[in-house]
Design a protein around this ligand. Structure first.
Ligand SMILES: C[S@@+](CC[C@H](N)C(=O)[O-])C[C@H]1O[C@@H](n2cnc3c(N)ncnc32)[C@H](O)[C@@H]1O
Length: 273
């Protein structure tokens, strides 16, 4: 495996599933529905599926029989995905699921042969430029639409504002673009890089915003996100730690009291061959 295996916790995926579902751009699904093959059958490869949230969101929005092939490098998350399968389809048709333990940066054309749709969610910003290029080529080789949801854009807005917001945001973005043994991560540059890559391969690419809008009702998610956001910023910029500690406690108190509104920018991409 060529990737550093930072594991994503099932608790975090569970906590964010509702906000992710509310954020993903439904207009892109309307465009996808027009691409249903004449035999009314989808073969959907979900890359880096985690615990399977993308399928649980998308399968009921698409008409027609569906076979989902769920890829991830984390066997525990794949087991959760297999235990909580999506469906039924929008027209009541059956949805079947199989899981594949795989490194999605190493996929070749054969791995995606026969796909009628390729999806991923919350993935692209974790990749390096070379990994994105290889993945785009593998997807383009399958000749089917590709829906990449929820890539971070780096646009974060907190209300009420705090003088430290922009410094934390800048350090977090630098952390997202950090150099790893695999190369530099794309972080907030992932959307632009993916659009460029797929257009270079001759595909049409549609981009839609899909921000999280976290208010009082999502205060648990906002607090957890905030902890991770400030923690990564401090890891990147050691000098921030002293100021950020007070900042974090102040912001967490606001989130817990339902007095903090957070917008976290994401974008969804639909690639049409
Ligand atoms: C932020 S989670 C998103 C999970 C899921 N798509 C969702 O939206 O809930 C990122 C996922 O990517 C997986 N992942 C990261 N790099 C991978 C790789 N190179 N190959 C396979 N899976 C990978 C992780 O194991 C994790 O499940």
């Amino acid at each position: 495996m060529t990737v550093e295996a930072i594991r994503v916790s099932p608790g975090w995926l569970d906590l964010r599933e509702g906000a992710d579902a509310a954020a993903r751009a439904r207009g892109l699904v309307r465009q996808l529905r027009r691409r249903l093959s004449p035999d009314g059958h989808w073969v959907i490869h979900d890359l880096a599926c985690g615990s399977g949230a993308m399928g649980r969101w998308l399968a009921p929005l698409l008409p027609g029989r569906q076979r989902w092939v769920l890829h991830d490098r984390d066997a525990d998350l794949l087991a959760l995905a297999a235990a909580d399968v999506p469906g039924p389809a929008a027209d009541g048709a059956a949805v079947a699921v199989e899981t594949r333990l795989s490194d999605i940066t190493q996929l070749g054309r054969d791995d995606l042969a026969g796909a009628t749709l390729i999806t991923a969610s919350a993935l692209l910003d974790l990749l390096t430029g070379d990994e994105l290029a290889a993945l785009s080529q593998a997807c383009a080789g399958a000749g089917c639409p590709v829906l990449f949801a929820l890539s971070v854009t780096g646009r974060v807005h907190l209300a009420p504002a705090d003088p430290l917001d922009s410094r934390v945001a800048a350090a977090f973005d630098a952390h997202q673009r950090r150099l790893t043994p695999r190369g530099r991560l794309l972080g907030p540059g992932a959307v632009e890089a993916a659009v460029e890559e797929f257009r270079r391969l001759g595909a049409e690419v549609v981009v839609r915003p899909s921000p999280w809008r976290l208010g009082a009702a999502e205060s648990r998610l906002a607090a957890e996100w905030l902890n991770g956001w400030v923690g990564a910023a401090c890891e990147q910029e050691g000098g921030l730690a002293a100021d950020a500690d007070l900042y974090r406690r102040r912001r967490l108190r606001e989130a817990e009291a339902g007095r903090l509104a957070v917008t976290v920018g994401h974008a969804d991409l639909l690639v049409l061959p």
